[in-house]
Structure formats: C-alpha cells, structure tokens
Design a protein around this ligand. Sequence first.
Ligand code: MN3
Length: 227
Amino acid sequence: MFVLPELPYGYDALAPYLSSDTLHTHHDKHHKAYVEKTNELAAKAGLSGRPLEDVVREAHRQGDKKLFNNAAQAWNHAFFWLSMRPAGGGQPGGDLAAAIQHFGGLQALKDAFVEEGVGHFASGWAWLVTGSEGLKVISTHDAEDTLVREGLFPLLVCDLWEHAYYLDYKNDRKAFLQRWFENVANWDFAAAQLAAANGQGQAFRYPQPSSDSDRGAPTPQPTQPHA
Ligand code: MN3
C-alpha cells in the first residue's frame, strides 16, 4: 500500500502565493484520491508491493491507462510538493546556477518556464529537466511524466491542472506561474536532483509501499535522498 506523503510544510506556508484552501483541496482531496485509486488498481494488476516508479513504468508498458494515470499522478504530486518551499524562488546556487547560466540565465529560464506553462493546452505539468544537452523546459499532458521519457531527469515540476491554481488565480495561469517561479520554486530540491543526476546522492523516490499487503514482496528501504 502506498501512503499519501504529508506536505513537507504547513498548509498556510506558501501563502499568499498558494492559499491554505488550495493546498488542502489539492493534497487532501486530489492527491489522496490518486494514491487510493493506485492502491486499488495496482493490487488488481498484481503490482502490490512494487515501488511506485516501477508501477508507473509497468502500467505504461502494458498500456494500462487507468493505472498509469493514477500512479503517475500520485508520483507527480509528491514531486510537486517538494518542488516548492516557503520563501522559495531567489537565486539558485552551485552547479545548478552554472547550468542555468549555460541555459541563458535565470530570467531566460523563467521566461521559458512561464511560456511553456501558459502555452500548454489543457491539463498537464511544466518541468525543468536535465538531459544530455543540459537543462530543458518541457511540458507533459495529463498524468504523463519523465519516468516514461527516455533520457530526461526531472529537477522541478509545476502542476498546470486548474485545480492547482484556480481558487487563487482563477483563469490566470500566467500570474500563477510567474509568482510560483519567483516565490515558491525550491531550488535546493532542484539542486539535489541535479546532483543525483550527476551521480551524487539519491534522486527523489516516492515513499516505499508498506508490504503488509498479501503478495507484496519485501522491499528494501531506500536511504533518504537528502536531509
Ligand atoms: Mn494536481
């Protein structure tokens, strides 16, 4: 059974950029529903006890769209909570700063990120990823994520579904993305992911499923990616 990870900060910690109301609805209702549905469907598919990353890839490989959508959404949201922090934004440091410089600078990255998110039709996700050509901004549709994209390693994600911003920004996705990038983007998390992509430290992984279910094979507990 997968658990719903708790928010890594208080529900009001991202205000005024994201309200407590938004985070309660988004985490306690939307994310929770994806996790519960994943548990139900993964059991039916004989994938109980497997790490969520495996479930996402396996569902994708088998064309099990319902399981893929719910499992990927469960994963994406856990990654999204960590992509934000109170008093976020600002200047990234270290290797990430160098990579952003190579991209064209922080302003160019922000412009690209906001433009990608605004231009994305309907629901999905805006990602900062790293690959063989350095940093890249991409978007994916609905539940799709980088777990099923070859050669892309996620550093940061922003939820483009209306439930992510509608209570606070109504239909103004651009204002949401701008304020998100400037004030809540978690560069420490992105930097840790970049380090992991370069072989230093552990990349984000969804909390391991508890193996109290019938057929769940015992799975080793991963070390925490970072403090
Ligand atoms: Mn969402």
